[in-house]
Design a protein around this ligand. Sequence first.
Ligand code: S3P
Length: 449
Amino acid sequence: MSASVITVETQEDLSHKLIIQRPSHGLSLQGSIRIPGDKSISHRALMLGALAQGETQIQGLLLGEDPRSTASCFQAMGAEISELNTELVRVKGIGLGNLQEPFDVLNAGNSGTTLRLMLGILASHPGRFFTVTGDGSLRSRPMSRVVKPLQQMGAQIWGRKGNSLAPLAIQGQALKPTHYYSPIASAQVKSCILLAGLMTEGQTTVTEPALSRDHSERMLRAFGAELSIEPETNSVTITGPAQLHGQSVIVPGDISSAAFWLVAGAIVPDSELVIENVGVNPSRTGILEALALMGADIQLENQREVAGEPVADLRVRSSRLQSCTIAGDIIPRLIDEIPILAVAAVFAEGTTIIRDAAELRVKESDRITVMTQQLNKMGAKVTELSDGMEITGGTPLVGTDVDSHTDHRIAMSLAIAALVATGITTIHRAEAAAISYPNFTTTLQQVCS
Ligand code: S3P
């Protein structure tokens, strides 16, 4: 086995071209990988730490651009946050209700989680005025899904297109409790409302059509909030006003980042990879179930619980994959992994169908259109559906020029596809990976060497 050639070229506009050339006589991936901290848990640890009384210590925080956006927004409102590193980040909380009115616009960058969760916090802080914005992608993503339930609680929020697009202006208010029946299974919507409920006197309830990730519920309880959960109806109730107390948080590795190596290990022949310290919260493990359905050889080892979240090491060995259908309630449990799952489907025998995933159209890019176009450029057979994709596996991929559309998960999914394409693949705007996975290229080089 000889190494594939993986290089990065920085362009004049500072974007990166990631160039991947698979060696003509094949490649196998071997080794142990430590992935970066979970993005969802990192955001929540920073936010709850900022709102709590006393100090919060966070180990294993994701140092990607998205959590940096969260940290800078809360620093601008008075929280003291030490330099971000994976060893230990200290957050000196200012206590619920004590956020300072920022002098400037709060910028959530590319991060939907920062903006949507923060809106619940800002809208329920009486007497302060806030303005929030984000990058071009975030400014075109729908905010009405959180603005509407907040308005139902009495929030005052203004923005473009009927208050549905950032930039948004928020006049903080004492809110009234509500029971919100969300039309979509979205942890961002659920968390926004629960965070608004923290400061709101009485019981605030969210019911969603299917279970979405429950990191907010777990962490709110750990910080001292009173929460009741009804799993049969997918409902969560928070009783406010709450008091939060600083905690010690250990952030597990992000299963959404592990997913790239799970698929790489499965589709690159003669590979065996161990991905260490991966968060395997059941509300996130849809990817493991989908890959198991496809015949992937993945074992969970050393299963344990760390700071209220289940964790395991994942061993993947390459195997022949078969097509499957992925739809219904599993979708929210693997929503961020669908781009890389589409890559797995390209190497599976038969036609894989992904449905009920229209949410992909309002992620960092329209992930249905972008994945369909980019994989087809490489020779795949992907048909776009209104709410998913139909992928017929078995056609060999050929390296060519593809584009991330500045979407981190698209950039990394295409890099994994490139490992099994003949010739040279050039991924334009690959720097997007740093949103959730700052060392992705280094790890890619490591497992390919
Ligand atoms: C997230 C929830 C999901 C996910 C996003 C992170 C969170 O979004 O896609 O990457 O941390 O709450 P939705 O709530 O829009 O499904």
